[in-house]
Every structure is written in structure tokens, then in C-alpha cells.
Ligand binder design. Structure first.
Ligand SMILES: [Cu+2]
Length: 323
């Protein structure tokens, strides 16, 4: 925020720290419209690990300036909460296990709803300890605002992902196109909930029956499926209290296999202006959904392979006595 130094709230630097039970008053004139964030500047690591932070939106005095049809905002958050525990760990540096928007994870995050052709703005601020490449399907958006204010029109360029560094804020705008569009952080473990990082990779291993037998001995035992982690999206597992499935959420075609920083931008031709209610899943026009090919597959066009010996690297391994 642009404000007098003494209203800036940095404990020890511009004011005394606020002890529990005390109240301080902040007064300043909002000089500039835009998207800002706030958080305590006392014992930051603990207070931010516990989620004490928020967005501060300043709208232009003249409502015609920077006008859009839908204006969404959320704060990116990260928590390290041991499954079964009630309190976030407060000294975690990078290995957080819950990645949130407004302290919620998918599918607990509402869809972002719009009518076809509407101008949609999404603002997001990052007060986590790592960057988040935010990615929207089905649209080319422009970054129209940063922490420092609105980006002049001539300085905007089309994008599908924008990285939000630690402490940054970004505003994107786009013209809505009908459909159900994934909107998520592009770091794949940020679209997961609490997960065991030491899960062995058993892709290609036929371990039928093994997991069931071990889980009789070890209640929360889990192995990666032989076809990858997605096997676990539809697996029902007993969970300790106060935690979430690693990935979750169902779509019209099956499990979504994602949690964390993910939601769906739902754009409909008949969504009423100003109606933010969930319109349900998209009804795709006939012939516009990918389908299974059941006939024989044609030979793919490939570049001719080089003759076996030309250019083969020859290496001599140490050891042995043959010369
Ligand atoms: Cu992320």
C-alpha cells in the first residue's frame, strides 16, 4: 500500500509490536485503485504459517474505469498440517502439504462462473513461500495488473500461464468462452493434498494382492499403482481425522484426480448476468467431445532410423583382464 510510513505496521520499525488483547488503529487515504495484500509484521513465520493474511481491494472512484463483468479474487496459501494433527507446523520452509486458495482446496473451491463473451477478471496474491505458475485452459488472457497498479494497455501481451512469485500479486483478464475450463497452479504437487513424498514408484510392477495383505498389518499403508498415481484417485482409503484425501473431486467423466490449487471456470451461453450459482457440468455440443478410436491404428509416420552401427557410442568399461 502507498501510505504514511507510520501506518505501515512493521513491528519494531514503525510501531511497537501489538501484544495479545490490544488494538491499534490505522488511518490512511487510498491513493490508487488496485489489488493489494496485508499480513502481520510480527513473528511473521508463525503468523503466516497459521494463515493470518488477506487481500485488500481498492476499486476506482469512477466505476467506469477498469470495468469488467466478473471480478474474482483469491489469496494463495500453503500449510503444513501433519495428517491427524490440529495445528499447522510453523517452522516449515518449503515442504508444505496443503496448497490453498482462500484457505480451501479443490473440490472445496467454488467454480468461477461467467456468461459467454463476458470480460472476466481474476486477481490472485501469493503469500506462500514458493512461486505458483497459474494456468487457465481454453483462453488467452492478459495480465492487466500487478502489485504496483494497472498495466498500461500497450504493455499487455497474451498468455496462458503467469507465474506469481512470493509476495506478488497478478490480475488477469479474458473474454469468456463457453465450456468447463481447468484453472490451476501448474506445479503438479500443488494440485494434490497431503501426500507421502516417499511413495515408491511401482509403475510396471504387478503387485496385485500385496497392498491388500500389507494393509491388514499396517492400517494406512498405500502403494503407488502399477499404472501411476492416478490409481489412487478412485481408491477408498481409511484416513486419520482432520486430513483430506491426497487427490479428490469428481467430474462428469470420472474422478478428476486433483486437489489443492485447482478449480473450474464454468462459462455458459445462458448464464444470467450477475448469477454466480454453479450451472452444473457443461453440455458439450454434439460431436465436440474426444472419443475412443476402436479400429486398427495406422502406422505412425517416423523418421527413418539410422543403421544400427553408425554413430553408436563405444565405451570400454574398466575391470577385467582381456586386452
Ligand atoms: Cu503452486
Amino acid at each position: 500500500m502507498l501510505l504514511p510510513s507510520g501506518m505501515d505496521g512493521v513491528g519494531g520499525l514503525t510501531q511497537p509490536h501489538i501484544p495479545p488483547g490490544k488494538t491499534f488503529v490505522y488511518e490512511f487515504v487510498l491513493k490508487k485503485s488496485g489489488t493489494f495484500m496485508y499480513h502481520p509484521h510480527t513473528d511473521e513465520m508463525v503468523q503466516m504459517a497459521m494463515g493470518m493474511m488477506g487481500m485488500f481491494i481498492v476499486h476506482p472512484k469512477d466505476g467506469r474505469q477498469h470495468k469488467v463483468d466478473r471480478d474474482y479474487v483469491f489469496l494463495l496459501g500453503a500449510y503444513d498440517i501433519e495428517p491427524g494433527s490440529l495445528t499447522p507446523r510453523i517452522s516449515t520452509m518449503l515442504e508444505f502439504n496443503l496448497w490453498t486458495w482462500n484457505s480451501r482446496v479443490f473440490p472445496g473451491i467454488d467454480p468461477l462462473v461467467a456468461r459467454s463473451g463476458e470480460r472476466v477478471r481474476i486477481r490472485f496474491g501469493n503469500l506462500t513461500m514458493t512461486s505458483h505458475p497459474m494456468h487457465l485452459h481454453g483462453h488467452h488472457f492478459e495480465v492487466t495488473g500487478t502489485d504496483g497498479g494497472w498495466v498500461p494497455k500497450a504493455a499487455r501481451w497474451p498468455e496462458v500461464s503467469v507465474d506469481v512469485a512470493v509476495g506478488q500479486m497478478r490480475v488477469i483478464e479474458f473474454d469468456a468462452t463457453a465450456g468447463d475450463w481447468a484453472f490451476h497452479c501448474h506445479k503438479s504437487h500443488h494440485t494434490m493434498n497431503a501426500m507421502g513424498h516417499g511413495v515408491p514408484n511401482l509403475i510396471g510392477v504387478d503387485h496385485r494382492g500385496v497392498a491388500e495383505r500389507i494393509s491388514k498389518l499396517v492400517p494406512d499403508y498405500m502403494v503407488m499403482g502399477e499404472r501411476g498415481m492416478a490409481d489412487m484417485a478412485s481408491m477408498e482409503m481409511p484416513l486419520p481425522d482432520n486430513t483430506l484425501p491426497m487427490m479428490t473431486g469428481g467430474g462428469p467423466f470420472g474422478p478428476l484426480g486433483m486437489g489443492g490449487m485447482f478449480t473450474v471456470v464454468k462459462v455458459r451461453d445462458d448464464q444470467e448476468r450477475g448469477d454466480y450459482s454453479d450451472p452444473g457440468w457443461y453440455r458439450h455440443p454434439a460431436g465436440s467431445v474426444a472419443w475412443e478410436w476402436s479400429a486398427d491404428l495406422p502406422e505412425p509416420a517416423r523418421a527413418p532410423a539410422p543403421a544400427a552401427d553408425s554413430g553408436t557410442l563405444r565405451a570400454r568399461k574398466p575391470g577385467g583382464h582381456e586386452h
